[in-house]
Design a protein around this ligand. Structure first.
Ligand code: ZN
Length: 145
């Protein structure tokens, strides 16, 4: 896989210095998702307060793409409302489905536009989406209560 060097650096930086890693003791819901094709595993703890994501923390093992993606996601979504989070997730999903044709909206995705190049590699898209799919699951569970 060849990623733009700068983007690769952003991804490796999150991999080495992940944000919001380490599960918070309190949680409204916990989910565990695995990506069998790569062996990535992520556990997410989600706590809502007044419709906002009061706490989104995670633990996981896996490749740099999966770990960097969940790190950036947690940074983007903490403190947001579920509606805001859904818009950010839609933006990231659309980028991942773009097969390399989109650059991503930096105003919405910030550092996560670094994954634009990954959308050209179908085998790695699942890695990049693992944390986001786990969040989607957690958000649906917590709203269903
Ligand atoms: Zn992976």
């Amino acid at each position: 896989m060849q990623l733009d060097n700068l983007y690769q650096e952003v991804i490796l930086d999150h991999y080495k210095h992940p944000e919001h890693k380490g599960l918070s003791p309190q949680k409204d819901v916990q989910v565990h998702h695995v990506n069998l094709s790569c062996g990535d595993e992520i556990t997410l703890n989600l706590t809502l307060h007044g419709g906002r994501i009061a706490d989104l923390s995670w633990e996981g093992i896996g490749c740099a793409i999966s770990m960097a993606s969940v790190s950036m996601m947690a940074g983007l979504l903490n403190g947001k409302t579920l509606d805001e989070a859904a818009l950010i997730m839609d933006s990231f999903l659309s980028l991942m489905q773009s097969k390399g044709t989109q650059k991503g909206d930096e105003g919405v995705l910030e550092d996560a536009v670094a994954f634009a190049g990954v959308s050209k590699y179908p085998a790695r898209i699942k890695c990049a989406l693992l944390g986001w799919m786990a969040f989607k699951d957690a958000a649906m569970q917590v709203q269903g209560r």
